[in-house]
Design a protein around this ligand. Structure first.
Ligand code: NAD
Length: 250
């Protein structure tokens, strides 16, 4: 796929770490001019351009998106990837925590997409890819709030795809399983025995290992590329078989 994104511009939210950073780097490798919007873009290196913004703050989103479009000369590809998590059942999190997570994971997509739409409408190859999760459909224990937020991301992806298909804007999402990113690293570090916990986590994957950020990035890059020109309103699982496979006990 090298060079298939030549001449296109891309904006990746949450692009300073994990899946977002791998995606920004891959889109750049494929020839796109790429900007990253993040709370802390310090890790972003040239040729990527980093912009500081918080997806929960409409003013900071608007100015970062406008500055991105000015510097890049437009926005063809938007990757709504910034996200946050919370553990627990419905009994465990107060309303404020629900509001915080939904603000980042759902309203964050709304704010960034709203600000980017005027630029996407001017593109001949407009594509939006949202980072969803298998949590949207899997019924994971102890993830009520996170799952509800990603369920909303899946529905929002489908609704956005329907609303903008006639404008030539494609909207899809990826559903990663457990991905080896700093986020998961932080969760493992908090365990009593991080090495044993990582081994157990690997063992729970049908493939026997965690998904890599680069594998999710490859799926996002495909959905964002003109090669996926007839694909809109879909969710692509990148989960090592977690959602679809029912393995027999060995
Ligand atoms: P990460 O913590 O490595 O990176 C997340 C990035 O988002 C960070 O750079 C952070 O600064 C940025 N960010 C967070 N809140 C922000 C805000 N309000 N405004 C702007 N930027 C913000 O995490 P990751 O594992 O790469 O996760 C990225 C996305 O992938 C998230 O949407 C997450 O829900 C989703 N996801 C992750 C996994 C996984 O196992 N890691 C699985 C499924 C889905």
């Amino acid at each position: 796929m090298t060079s298939t994104l030549a001449g296109l511009t891309a904006l990746v939210t949450g692009g300073a770490s994990g899946i977002g950073l791998a995606t920004a780097e891959l889109l750049s490798e494929y020839g796109a001019d790429v900007a990253v919007l993040d709370l802390d873009p310090a890790a972003v290196r040239a040729p990527l351009r980093g912009f500081t913004a918080d997806v929960t703050d409409d003013d900071s989103v608007r100015s970062a998106v406008e500055e991105t479009a000015r510097q890049l000369g437009g926005i063809d590809i938007l990757v709504n990837n910034a996200g946050t998590g919370a553990a627990g059942t419905v009994a465990d999190n107060p309303d404020e925590e629900w509001a915080r997570v939904l603000d980042v994971n759902v309203l964050g997509i709304v704010r960034v997409t709203r600000a980017a739409l005027p630029y996407l409408r001017r593109s001949a190859h407009a594509a939006v890819v949202n980072t969803c999760s298998i949590a949207a459909t899997a019924g994971l224990p102890q993830r009520a709030l996170y799952s509800a937020s990603k369920g909303a991301v899946l529905s929002l992806t489908l609704a956005m795809a329907a609303d903008h298909v006639r404008e030539g804007i494609r909207v899809n999402c990826v559903n990663p399983g457990t991905v080896d990113t700093p986020w998961v690293g932080r969760l493992l570090d908090a365990a009593a025995d991080p090495v044993a916990e990582r081994a157990a986590l690997n063992g729970r994957q049908p493939t026997g290992r965690l998904v890599t950020a680069q594998e999710v990035a490859a799926a996002i890059a495909y959905l964002a590329s003109p090669a996926a020109g007839s694909t809109t309103g879909t969710a692509l699982a990148v989960d090592g078989g977690m959602a679809g496979l029912r393995l027999r006990p060995e």
